[in-house]
Design a protein around this ligand. Sequence first.
Ligand code: GLY
Ligand code: MN
Ligand code: MN
Length: 441
Amino acid sequence: MKQTEFKRRRKHLLNHIGKGNIALIASASMCARNSDVDYPFRQNSDFYYLTGFNEPEALAVFVPGRTEGEYLLFCRKYDKKKALWEGAHAGLEGALSLYDADTAHAIDEVDELLPKLLENKTKVFYPMGRDTELDQRLQNWFHLIRNQSRTGVEAPSEIVSLEHQLHEMRLFKSTNEIKLMRHAAEVSAIAHSKAMQSCKAGRYEYQVEADIVHHFMDNGLRAVAYPSIVASGKNACTLHYTENTGLLKEGDLLLIDAGAECDHYAADITRTFPISGKFSEPQKQLYQLVLDAQTAALAQIKPGIPWNKAHEASVEVITEGLIALGLLKGKLKKLIKDEKYKQFYMHRIGHWLGMDVHDVGAYKVTQEWRLLEKGMVLTVEPGLYIPADCKEVEKKWRGIGIRIEDDVLITAEGHEILTAGVPKTISEIEALMQDTNATRI
Ligand code: GLY
Ligand code: MN
Ligand code: MN
């Protein structure tokens, strides 16, 4: 992402904050795994969205109208020894020259400088309650200012959330963001197609996971957007199964929910396919039902349509299908009203997608489901999960878990499926898996 885009975002936000106010946004912190080893660092999405700065121990401060500069970046000073052991970091000079900060300060100076910046401001835009250590420091800075009230300075009178505005901005993707999401989606789609080709009975779920992650990394996408789910047979009925230790068995389905991250933007794809390469009759019936539900949901998706419409369409198709297959008994309307489908379809149709896999942005506006608009990206992912111990249904259905998930961009005319590259009809999947001469993607 180019600096010009981060700059544009900051300008927008500075306008929202308004003169006389101040905003503080902290980076993510390193998290220790044990002795000298940390968990891989992932920047806080809000912080990265505004700064493009990918280091821990940093604080961005926005002061609209400040003559010495409206954007201050507190970060680690350049340390030669640190560079030798841990690698490059921007330092204060880099904060100015590479990241366009108007002023850069060492993070160690934050306690000394922040009270001055907070003095006489009306509102502090700050995400209270997310970082207890920083919350405490903010309170201390307030105390320091209040203790000087005899000199005529005042502490801010309001702490306001910046998130509502910032998350509205993040909900609408720019051309550059869409480019990154498209790349994450395309690489992830090929990884899924490859997994269909490399899958066979006798392998382990983690070996398929390794194939997927290998493809991501081989294409320069070194992080997964979320822990991959590679769930065979009844494991697929556990929605967030990530053990991935099971043995692939002939006759079972394999559900894979995996997506790569490209420069902090996520892909999120699920496909379900038969390990043998051929669906059994009951698997085929349930699979087709989930696919029909997804088709019905997708048919709703265009600008001006309330977010919930796609979910309602999927619920109707799934409930109708479950009645036809004998998994639910009763009248369609009543079963929907009583939410009986939730026994087998217990999640919603999808979620916003962006820098976070379950991305930010409100789903309701003044209590009403919000209308879809151009530039939003969401997942469409109906599923059916028949628990292995579900005595109320015929044995042939038990232990089957199916989900089909695509990433969808709202366009001016309707929508575009960013993940359309992976097969999902029964015939396409069987053809890809059975054609031993198929060119490896
Ligand atoms: N991969 C998480 C989800 O589909 O929501
Ligand atoms: Mn998913
Ligand atoms: Mn999802």
